[in-house]
Design a protein around this ligand. Structure first.
Ligand SMILES: [Zn+2]
Length: 361
């Protein structure tokens, strides 16, 4: 009885549980993700100890669940992450930093998680290297096939088609096209595996990718809805864009309003302009290529919307909705290999034109 009472009081005092700690790391970047069972109040601080910097995140009303007390790192930025009870009110995650230039901490809802990004010192590049003179700024491209594993994305049961398979198929073709074009390509997933939304841009960051391209298939309740559209990270300007963002974020439109603070901090920087340009080039690339082969290709344009998967990407980033799986004509087309290959080729053309536009500058 006493034990039960104790358990009850613990669960009342600390209603949120830590669900896990995840990492993505690269040469000059690391992301630590603290997963939680429910939203919590959190605080960030910094302590200097023996010339070292300890960054901490306090999670109020949180119990440690089954997380380990120590996570060691194979990283030049982070030595280790410790999870410990700070006092009666909070659980503390301490990140022992090695060599870093700056960090940022933000919260993402559903599922609740606190994300910590650590950036290393930027290598000082020579101002007039040969590659810059030639305008070869874009070398490495990260392709992100939407969904995967336990998350199928949208499904057309009648046609037996799932978004995750189509996105991966297009991504693999695009990879081949880009590699033949002399680019280096990184895939966030190479097969039918699950990857959380916040891990995807972190992979692109850790690999030092120059562009981030997330590939998705659209779905609408209205079966007549069809067309191609591209998005960059920004506040949504219309309810239709908000709908797409809510669908891809696996969350309600309502919780998108929580993102406003994050967007102010992260998204609204110089990358918005570049991401919008990248989205426009790719949109034009796909639409013009598909119009050569098919009737009734609808250009839905380029829009800003708050996609979790684009938050924190350190390079121009876009999310493409290649067609609607909910539409009978586009659904049938999506079932064919040739349609998918042509979509990939359209994206490739868009990337090529974007890169050319940079060279002309
Ligand atoms: Zn999707």
């Amino acid at each position: 009885m006493r034990l039960l009472g104790w358990l009850l009081s613990v669960s009342l005092l600390f209603p949120a549980t830590m669900r896990g700690v995840k990492f993505v790391r690269g040469k000059n970047y690391a992301r630590v993700i603290l997963r939680l069972s429910s939203p919590v109040k959190y605080e960030v601080g910094k302590i200097k100890r023996k010339g070292k910097t300890l960054l901490y995140v306090d999670l109020y009303g949180t119990n440690p669940g089954r997380v380990k007390s120590r996570y060691y790192f194979e990283s030049n930025l982070i030595e280790l992450v410790r999870i410990a009870r700070k006092d009666m009110k909070r659980e503390r995650a301490v990140i022992h930093l090695r060599n870093f230039s700056y960090y940022r901490v933000f919260y993402l809802p559903s599922p609740p998680r606190v994300v910590i990004d650590i950036f290393g010192k930027k290598e000082i590049k020579e101002e007039f290297t040969l590659s810059k003179q030639l305008g070869l700024k874009i070398k490495k491209i990260a392709i992100d096939p939407g969904h995967g594993g336990k998350d199928p994305g949208c499904i057309n049961e009648r046609l037996g088609l799932r978004e995750k398979d189509i996105a991966l198929d297009i991504a693999l073709t695009l990879k081949e096209l880009l590699e033949n074009g002399g680019y280096q390509v990184i895939l966030t997933r190479k097969n039918d595996s699950y990857l959380s939304l916040e891990e995807r841009p972190a992979i692109a960051n850790s690999e030092g990718a120059d562009l981030f391209i997330s590939i998705h298939v659209n779905w609408a309740k209205r079966s007549s809805a069809r067309g191609i559209e591209a998005f960059y990270l920004n506040f949504a300007t219309d309810s239709e864009s908000e709908r797409v963002a809510a669908k891809e974020n696996e969350t309600s439109s309502k919780s998108l309003s929580q993102l406003k603070g994050i967007l102010k901090k992260i998204a609204l920087n110089e990358k918005v302009r570049e991401s919008k340009a990248l989205s426009s080039f790719i949109q034009r690339g796909i639409v013009s290529n598909m119009k050569k082969f098919y009737k009734g290709i609808k250009d839905l344009g380029v829009k800003g919307a708050p996609f979790f998967v684009l938050v924190g990407a350190e390079m121009p980033a876009t999310l493409i909705e290649v067609s609607f799986l909910s539409n009978s004509v586009e659904g049938k087309r999506l079932s064919t290999q040739i349609y998918r290959t042509r979509l990939a080729y359209g994206i490739y053309l868009g990337i090529e034109n974007f890169v050319k536009s940079l060279e002309e500058k």
